[in-house]
Design a protein around this ligand. Structure first.
Ligand SMILES: *Cc1c(COP(=O)(O)O)cnc(C)c1O
Length: 340
């Protein structure tokens, strides 16, 4: 039986559910892994995760489709991305099959927490790996844990979609040959100062530029950019220092294959911003959020948000991808993983 929650009003926050998955890496190997009801972790005060932020994570969602199945969207890509993150942080790599098995097991065990179709809510899935073994000198921990928990989350835009207002940040998100392309906890710890500053100044998010030249558009603290030019081409920044968003990669396929639009992944000079008609932020949380305004000092760039607070093309992209996820539109092969 589904949990009796007020799905439309649960908000976007952590809410512990019945089960989580834990697997331990010790003596050079992962153990079998198992579900547990214990939502706490007891590890050494000197664990790699505490001392040197040796941790990475993933974020994905389970949905109830129109015909009542529980599905996950492209979890194989999250598995691959976490393998890259682990590698870069010298954490033991979680094999793809183990990742997928853990995610499916955790969702199945918490099936009553998967919000019903049409509620606007979804089940957020958070896999993560951390160094749990003690370290003092800077080195990789010898023991690690891979965990997966889930939390029901409400509609990202409570009370409807609202165009976002961004500022061009004076801070950098990722060093030129750093860790911007992996989902490492450290990237988010150091972004907190900049995001709070932006919030205090009345902005929703930061637009980060490339830190080498500060002339190209990169991304925000947690979502990739997608632009639509005045002649209807969908453009997204190409950079080795942005996080390869699965939502953004999927939207580019939708734009090309479903909507027949011209698509480009290329470097986008900030100086081109004035030529863009529409702007959106792509990520698992909101799929695509419309950007209404980007402010750079005393300059302002505004974007079309005339179709229910979104640009018309961003609206089409949003409707098509959410339609695919919810089972209303046929998905490309391999995009939907059915859990029940
Ligand atoms: C997670 C994340 C995204 C979005 O990726 P999705 O796979 O679409 O959820 C984009 N940028 C950053 C910095 C992120 O951490």
């Amino acid at each position: 039986m589904k949990k009796n929650l007020d799905w439309a009003n649960i908000g976007f926050g952590y809410r512990p559910t019945d089960y989580r998955y834990v697997s331990t890496f010790k003596d050079g190997a992962w153990d079998e892994g198992a579900l547990t009801t214990d939502d706490t972790v007891t590890i050494s005060e000197s664990a790699g995760v505490f001392q040197y932020a040796q941790t990475c994570f993933e974020g994905m969602k389970a949905y109830t489709t129109e015909d009542g199945h529980t599905v996950i969207f492209r979890p194989d890509l999250n598995a691959e991305r976490m393998m890259d993150s682990c590698e870069r942080l010298r954490l033991p790599v979680v094999p793809k099959e183990k990742f997928l098995d853990a995610v499916v097991k955790t969702v199945r065990a918490n099936i009553d927490w998967v919000p019903p179709y049409g509620s606007g809510a979804t089940l957020y899935i958070r896999p993560f790996v951390m160094g749990t073994g003690p370290v003092l000198g800077v080195q990789p921990a010898k023991e690690s844990q891979f965990r997966v928990f889930v939390s029901p989350v409400g509609p990202y835009f409570k009370g409807g979609v609202r165009p976002l207002k961004l500022k061009v940040s004076g801070y950098d998100r990722a060093a030129p040959v750093g860790t911007g392309h992996v989902k490492a906890g450290l990237n988010y710890a150091m972004s907190l100062y900049a995001i709070e500053e932006a919030h205090h100044q009345g902005y929703d998010e930061n637009m980060y530029l490339d830190s080498r030249t500060r002339t190209y558009v990169e991304e925000t603290g947690g979502a990739n950019f997608l632009f639509v030019t005045r002649d209807g081409t969908v453009v997204t920044p190409k950079s080795s220092t942005i996080l390869p968003s699965i939502t953004r990669r999927s939207l580019m396929v939708v734009a090309k294959e479903y909507l027949g639009l011209k698509c480009e992944e290329r470097e986008i000079p900030f100086a081109e911003l004035g030529e863009m008609a529409e702007c959106g932020l792509c990520g698992t949380a909101a799929v695509i959020s419309p950007v209404g305004k980007v402010v750079d000092g005393d300059k302002e760039y505004t974007f079309d948000t005339s179709d229910g607070n979104m640009g018309p093309t961003v609206r089409k992209l949003y409707e098509t991808l959410t339609g695919i996820q919810m089972g209303r539109i046929e998905a490309p092969k391999g995009w939907i993983c059915t859990v029940d």
